[in-house]
Structures are given as structure tokens and as C-alpha cells.
Ligand binder design. Structure first.
Ligand SMILES: Cc1ncc(COP(=O)(O)O)c(C=O)c1O
Length: 386
């Protein structure tokens, strides 16, 4: 059977394929159907912080699947109760709404902000990415994602990132919330500055707007802390997470601060939200993230990787930047053709915007594997053909 041909025949078409069929993974490695090995710097687009085929996560998933998979939140549940306590303790916010993806966590954040403040407007950042459903898309900046779906939800405004004056001016008495990423991932790997992020929190507090931090790409160790907002001593009112929350199983969560409080019944909900399978898997994933000290490893290996990438001497590179193991190389050229050559060389990576090669490796990646990636990048960027 030609796997790719069958998939292409039936797929919706919304994904641009890379021309490789991945069938197996272990740690930071993936293999295609021909048995070719790749170092995975796509990392499930951020869902595979723990690496592939983690035995503890797989075992927890199998055990819970044999016990109870479905249990809507109209009932209490042992695993959900445990996870809620764990997540809220880790983040330092008292409540949580459980859902199934990043975009759902963002939707919930917008709805809860409107209910909690009685205001309707949202301020978001240029280059920000928050998801693809209509509300989250309204906060997303990229015109190619937005324009086919106009008109979007009214009341959204975009301001330049890392520009506190512009943010201050945009926030008014009608602003229900400001939504920001700590590092803009999809938008090109742009870390926010301490001054900007703390200033944004002050602007929110002063105006009565809520601060939503979108940690869908940055949480669970990625940037060198369990949550990236912990780098800057922030106290966000709402924190959106997903991706690596449950070892790669689909799950999202919105952490909810005191300023939002307890929401009225019936205003929101989700059939799958808080299902015991996802909760048990998430508990195992959090155990593993802690046992393997992934935040510390991401911090140390991220610095190591960034330093090595910065040594690559080529005029093609404009800037190398990142936080922890969320790393981008901004090129003076389009990034996509380089990804193809990297793949042929055994390294899978992502773009971020037009000109940035983005690396989101599993946080279990070894230094030896990172060295192979650096060597491959140096080799590929030196090629005149791309
Ligand atoms: C910062 C951020 N927010 C939201 C999303 C949307 O998450 P999902 O694809 O799980 O809906 C993403 C996905 O890449 C993201 O990076």
C-alpha cells in the first residue's frame, strides 16, 4: 500500500506535506517507513516534550483505558481531582477548566474574560498565534490564516509585541483581556522582554483588564521553567496550556486566577474535557517531566544549543534566538527550502513565519543529538543550492 498516496487522496488538503511517512519514535528520534532515522526537532509541534514512546506514560494510559475512559464533568472523578490539584499547584492559580486542545483553552479564556469583567474587547499582539477556531483566530495575527474567514469576532485589536507604550494606549475601559505569549512561537520565535511582560501585567491591573498568558507552546519545561511566565515573576489571571500536558495525548487546560473567580454554571463546557484517560496520562506525564528534570535540561541544553548555533558563520543567518529549547534561526532567505535539505540530512525541523527555522525538540534530546543537529544546520546553510 502506498501510505502517502492513500492519505493524500482522502486528506482535507489543509496540510502541506513534507514527503515523508513517519511510523515510529523513541526519545528524540523518529523513523520513516523505509527505516531511515531522523532527529526530531518538530517534537509533535510542541506536544512531544517528553519524547516518543515514554514507557511510564504508555503504561498509565493503558491502565486507565482498561479502568475508565469517559466520565463527563457532571460527575467527580479520582484522576481528574488529582490532576486539578497538581496543575493548580504547579501554576499557582487556584482553578482550572479542562479541554482538549490549545485553541479551546484560548476560546475558554476569552469567554471567561468577558463574563468576569463584563467587557468585550481583547488586545492581542502582532505576530501572535493563538489557534484556528473563530475566537482564537481573531486574536491570531497572520493574515493568511485570518482573511479567508472574515468577518471574525469583533472587538479584537493587535499591537506591536515588546512595545509597552503601544499596549498601554490600546488598553481601555472596554478591554476585557490582553493575550500574550511569553515567546512568540509560530510568529518567528521572539522572546518577550522582562520589562514588557511585567509592564503588560501592570497595564492590566491598572485598567481592570485580565492578563491571559498563552503558554500552549511554552509550558511544561519547554523554555527552561515548568511555565514560561515563571521566568518573569508574573501572576497572570488566565494561563492557556495544551500540547505536552498529557504526553502527546490531546488535552488542553485553562488555569484560572482569583480575579476571575468561580464562573456561573452552564456558560461553557466540553464533552471530552477532563476525561479520566487524558487526566491519568497527564499525571504520568507530569511525573516524568519532574523525574527527568526536563525544565532544567531544557534550560541548560537550550543555552548550549543556542551558543553552538551562533558559532555557525554564514551570511545567510540574520539572528539566532530563543529561550530554553524553543529556538529559531532567522535567515535572510526563505526558510522552507532549507527544511527539505535538513530532512534529507536526517533532521526534522519547523518554520516560524517565512524566514525562521524553528527547533522544538523533545526535551529529552541529548547533547550528542543536538551536536548532530548543529552540524547538519551548518552543512545545510553552507549549501549554495537553497
Ligand atoms: C501559542 C499557541 N496558542 C495556541 C495554539 C493552538 O493550539 P492547538 O493547535 O492545540 O489548537 C498553538 C498551536 O501551535 C500555539 O502555539
Amino acid at each position: 500500500m502506498d501510505i502517502a498516496a492513500v492519505e493524500d487522496r482522502h486528506s482535507s488538503g489543509v496540510y502541506t506535506k513534507r514527503g515523508v511517512t513517519i511510523v515510529r519514535g523513541e526519545g528524540a528520534l523518529l523513523w520513516d517507513e523505509q527505516g531511515k532515522e531522523y532527529i526530531d526537532c518538530v517534537g509533535g509541534q510542541g506536544a512531544a516534550n517528553l519524547g516518543h514512546a515514554n514507557a511510564a506514560v504508555a503504561a498509565a494510559m493503558a491502565t486507565q483505558a482498561q479502568r475508565l475512559i469517559s466520565c463527563p464533568e457532571i460527575f467527580h472523578n479520582d484522576r481528574r481531582s488529582e490532576l486539578m490539584e497538581r496543575l493548580t499547584m504547579l501554576a499557582g492559580l487556584p482553578r482550572v477548566f479542562l479541554c482538549n486542545s490549545g485553541t479551546e483553552a484560548v476560546e475558554a479564556a476569552f469567554k471567561f474574560s468577558r463574563v468576569a469583567t463584563g467587557r468585550t474587547e481583547i488586545v492581542a499582539a502582532m505576530r501572535g498565534f493563538h489557534g484556528r477556531t473563530m475566537g482564537a483566530l481573531s486574536a491570531t495575527w497572520n493574515k493568511a490564516y485570518r482573511e479567508p474567514f472574515m468577518p471574525l469576532v469583533p472587538g479584537f485589536r493587535h499591537v506591536p509585541y515588546n512595545n509597552l507604550g503601544a499596549l498601554d494606549q490600546a488598553v481601555t475601559a472596554d478591554t476585557s483581556a490582553v493575550i500574550l505569549e511569553i515567546v512568540q512561537g509560530e510568529g518567528g520565535v521572539f522572546p518577550g522582554t522582562r520589562e514588557y511582560l511585567q509592564g503588560a501585567q501592570t497595564v492590566c491591573r491598572r485598567s481592570g483588564a485580565l492578563l491571559i498568558i498563552d503558554e500552549v507552546q511554552t509550558a511544561f519545561g519547554r523554555t527552561g521553567k515548568m511555565f514560561a511566565f515563571q521566568h518573569y515573576d508574573l501572576q497572570p489571571d488566565l494561563v492557556c496550556v495544551a500540547k505536552s500536558i498529557a504526553g502527546g495525548l490531546p488535552m488542553g487546560a485553562l488555569l484560572i486566577g482569583e480575579a476571575v473567580g468561580v464562573l456561573p454554571g452552564h456558560i461553557h463546557g466540553s464533552t471530552f474535557g477532563g476525561n479520566p484517560l487524558a487526566c491519568a496520562t497527564s499525571l504520568a506525564a507530569l511525573d516524568e517531566i519532574e523525574r527527568l528534570e526536563l525544565p532544567r535540561r531544557a534550560a541548560e541544553n537550550g543555552e548550549y544549543f543556542l551558543a553552538n548555533l551562533r558559532q555557525i558563520d554564514t551570511p545567510v543567518v540574520r539572528e539566532v534566538r530563543g529561550l530554553g529549547l524553543l529556538v529559531g534561526i532567522e535567515l535572510r532567505r526563505k526558510a522552507a527550502p532549507f527544511l527539505q535539505v535538513l530532512m534529507e540530512d536526517g533532521v526534522l525541523a519547523l518554520t516560524a513565519g517565512m524566514n525562521v527555522i524553528r527547533f522544538l525538540p523533545p526535551l529529552v534530546i541529548t547533547r550528542e543529538q543536538l551536536d548532530r543537529v548543529t552540524g547538519s544546520v551548518a552543512h545545510v546553510l553552507a549549501q549554495p543550492v537553497v
